[in-house]
Design a protein around this ligand. Structure first.
Ligand SMILES: Nc1nc2c(ncn2[C@@H]2O[C@H](COP(=O)(O)OP(=O)(O)OP(=O)(O)O)[C@@H](O)[C@H]2O)c(=O)[nH]1
Length: 491
């Protein structure tokens, strides 16, 4: 990589110690490009470090591909308990344990998917042992995902909801070390096991056909499940069943045939016995866990979404409305991930999401692109934050009405109808020179929604804004307060 394209992978070398031998070889090349690059490695100015740290710290993983596989089931044990009077002995091999599951758990404790590993496998189960002891159950892998996680299925089974279980509610089959003294009393569980084996056999036949079918249509199943509440759990890959130990295998294979010594035994019974030997070894092995490839997507759940151009003051406003402390900066794109804040009233509270700045052309992947807009798909109310001082007296940017038009268009480009929800306008930076006149003009040019003049830094007008938001979140002004393109006059 050092000898490769110097414009690539440079950030990974910043703040790293580079072995001196590499530097010597650089110098030997006498190539001015490499030499200058060497200097860049050692530029450890505070500003440079800060910039890198900020970007790394705030990068959000809100889309993630996860390969999950249940743990393998343990093998059953073939053993026989011999006594002085019984030289052949009675079978006493226990079943293998069940493999561990892979489970997704929804929690407030994580923001995004950056803590996840792309490949996750449930724990392998223990093998059965003599004295009819069942192998240990494989360890479940519980992955924490943020609230608002949507699951798309690329391959495998649709996830199923799981209850937070206690060890006492486990199936006796799963309990390690269970010793069945009287095999006859286990008749019922034996029947269950038989049916599970049959299911496995069916799966083996069915799976390739299903896969072929999936390949043919090459489809991702969208929105197969959602995790929206704290503690909600979903099983995404099931651990494999344990193999049968000699106790159960013998009973499973024992048909209605006559014993070897019986005069009524036929040739077919002998052939069946040969088949049984092959079957015995296959049912002894634990089965593999199920596999699934999922695409996880985060859609934050908030009552209000703050949308606006970069530098409009969204993060400052979120800080003024709630106790959230988002990063605020005088440069565009300070916010690189949606921030959530909780706005409290005496009798009510609501969540507000600060969506990273949108720019005109975001749908063509300009700026931060459109990715973050999915975080407002579930918001009830939109608060358009505009900078009144933008474009005034040589300030950079465009007029507030033009900002609004661009914002609505970008929302619609992302998803048709996304802007069609209760809305209000926050006219921020009212303290700036010339902002009052701008506000009057804004009120003349934009109709249909209420405009709240605010100075977010001084928290002026924030109380009125809070009341306005509360009313919309509670369903007030439904149907009328929507920002529509035809109600914005830009000429
Ligand atoms: N004069 C004035 N400046 C403000 C006001 N609100 C925010 N600012 C300033 O505007 C700049 C941008 O504020 P942010 O809150 O980071 O803006 P943002 O919309 O979150 O910006 P992005 O992260 O780029 O999306 C900062 O320098 C703030 O101090 C205000 O009411 N009046």
């Amino acid at each position: 990589q050092l000898a490769g394209d110097p414009t690539r992978n440079n950030s990974m070398w910043l703040n790293r110690t580079i072995p001196i031998r590499y530097l010597r070889s650089f110098r030997r090349t006498q190539n001015p490009q490499w030499m200058s690059y060497t200097v860049a490695f050692y530029s450890d100015s505070a500003e440079e470090k800060e910039k890198v740290a900020t970007l790394q710290e705030t990068r959000m993983r809100d889309r993630f591909t996860l390969y999950a596989r249940g743990g393998e089931g343990g093998s059953g044990c073939s053993s026989a308990r011999k006594t002085r009077t019984d030289r052949y002995g009675k079978p006493d091999g226990g079943n293998g344990g069940r493999g561990g599951d892979v489970i997704l758990e929804c929690t407030h404790a994580v923001w995004d998917f950056s803590g996840l590993q792309p490949h996750v496998k449930g724990g392998k189960a223990g093998h059965g042992t003599s004295k009819n002891r069942i192998g240990n159950r494989g360890e479940d892998k519980v992955l924490q995902v943020p609230i608002g996680t949507v699951i798309h299925l690329q391959e495998g089974e649709i996830p199923s909801q799981v209850q937070a279980g206690s060890p006492t509610s486990l199936d006796p089959w799963d309990l390690p070390g269970t010793l069945v003294d009287d095999p006859a009393s286990e008749e019922t569980s034996d029947v269950n096991q038989d049916s599970s084996v049959q299911l496995e056999a069916e799966e083996v036949v069915d799976t390739p056909m299903e896969d072929d079918f999936e390949d043919d249509i090459d489809q991702v199943k969208y929105n197969v499940a959602e995790l929206t509440e704290q503690g909600q759990r979903i099983l995404i890959a099931r651990g494999g069943e344990g193999g049968l130990g000699s106790v159960c295998a013998t009973r499973y294979l024992r048909g209605t045939k006559f014993p070897k010594t019986s005069p009524l035994r036929t040739m077919e019974d002998d052939e069946d016995d040969d088949d049984n030997n092959g079957q015995r070894s296959s049912i002894k092995c634990g089965s593999l866990g199920t596999e699934a490839v999922l695409i996880l997507e985060l859609k934050s759940i908030a009552d209000v979404g703050l949308v606006g151009m970069p530098n409009a003051g969204k993060s400052t406003l979120l800080g003024a409305l709630s106790r959230a402390k988002p990063r605020v900066g005088h440069y565009a794109f300070t916010t690189l991930r949606p921030n959530l804040g909780n706005v409290s009233y005496d009798d009510f509270s609501m969540t507000v999401a600060d969506i990273p700045g949108l720019i005109k052309g975001a749908h063509q992947n300009r700026g931060l692109g459109h990715n973050f807009l999915r975080h407002i798909e579930r918001t009830k109310v939109l608060a358009y934050v505009v900078d009144l001082a933008s474009g005034l007296d040589g300030n950079r940017g465009v007029a507030p009405w033009q900002q609004l038009r661009d914002l609505v268009m970008e929302l619609e480009f992302h998803e048709e109808g996304l802007s069609d929800r209760s809305s209000l306008i926050v006219a921020n930076k009212i303290d700036e020179k010339g902002a009052e006149e701008r506000l009057e003009e804004l009120e003349r040019r934009v109709k249909g929604v209420r405009i709240f003049p605010v100075c977010a830094v001084l928290e002026e007008g924030v109380a009125e804004l809070k009341d306005g938001l509360k009313m919309l979140v509670n369903g007030g002004g439904e149907g009328s307060e929507r920002l529509k393109l035809e109600n914005i006059c830009v000429d």
